[in-house]
Design a binder for this molecule. Structure first.
Ligand SMILES: [Zn+2]
Ligand SMILES: [Zn+2]
Length: 280
């Protein structure tokens, strides 16, 4: 049975993520470990840390995932931005360690102002620093992006190059975001296209390196480079695409996290129920 969950809030206290996930019937969840919109990180109290760890051992919602905040750019060619990004990245990995969160999702970033080669180099250096900080306790998951100009991880070829360079399959794995993949040109609308996309993934990074699926439909068309998430089945990937994905013998072995909108059409419960209804 595929492990389904969604991104939940840590507002007020990180440990509340467990109750929020439980209320939604999640088997797994994803959180930010600090305010995602700024650089600053409010101190985590000893109490909330111990409540979080306690919940992790008793609530049967596991493994859980953390997602990097929005501002860091680990491929940045601007030295000031790069320094800030690395500092923030390290703080967040430290938090995953403290909270005993085993997986940390990071973005590929933009190499604006430099070449692709420089971007790849900078990014590999960033990830190597992250691996050092993680001390083997946190696996870094590189998320594919929706592509476009200067975007490093819009292609599985680039992700493959990064993985080859780092060459450590425990320390670094991949998070496959379906909306981003579709936006960057990997079709997922039916069984034929899913099969083809799987082959590309297998050839460049290997299917076994995917540790997490971000299940999002796409408001943008194929190859539009748009990163706009839509409710499952209501976007351009559509119901047939998700039916194929969730019944796929490889993809259904991997945890799925929803990052879909919450609006008058549907909430997380609605999207989780919809996804479950597609399971054969
Ligand atoms: Zn992301
Ligand atoms: Zn995502």
């Amino acid at each position: 049975m595929v492990k389904l969950g969604c991104h939940v809030s840590i507002s007020k206290s990180v440990d509340l993520a467990f109750d929020r996930a439980k209320d939604k019937g999640c088997a797994v969840f994803q959180v930010f470990v600090k305010n995602p919109r700024g650089w600053a990180a409010k101190i985590l109290s000893e109490e909330e840390i111990s409540r979080f760890k306690n919940n992790q051992s008793t609530k049967k919602i596991y493994p859980n995932f953390a997602h990097i905040s929005y501002l860091p750019n680990l491929a940045s060619q601007n030295s000031e931005m790069y320094k800030k990004s690395i500092d923030c990245f390290s703080i967040e990995i430290e938090r995953c360690k403290i909270l005993e969160i085993p997986y940390f999702v990071v973005h590929g970033g933009s190499y604006k102002g430099g070449t692709l080669e420089q971007g790849l180099n900078t990014y590999v250096q960033s990830i190597l620093k992250g691996i050092e900080t993680s001390e083997g306790k946190v696996t870094i998951l590189i998320e594919n992006s929706s592509g476009g100009k200067n975007s490093l991880t819009g292609s599985f070829e680039n992700i493959g190059k990064i993985m080859t360079e780092i060459n450590d399959s425990h320390a670094v794995q991949v998070c496959f975001d379906t909306c981003h993949g579709f936006g960057s040109g990997y079709d997922l609308r039916d069984s034929k296209s899913v099969h083809k996309t799987k082959e590309i993934i297998e050839d460049n990074i290997g299917l076994t390196s995917i540790a997490l699926i971000h299940a999002n439909d796409s408001l943008g068309e194929l190859n539009s480079f748009r990163d706009r998430h839509e409710h499952i089945g209501l976007g351009y990937i559509g119901e047939e695409g998700f039916r194929t994905l969730i019944n796929d013998k490889d993809f259904n072995q991997i945890p799925w996290i929803l990052e879909t909108p919450i609006d008058e059409r549907r909430n997380d419960l609605g999207n989780l129920a919809y996804l479950r209804s597609l399971i054969k």
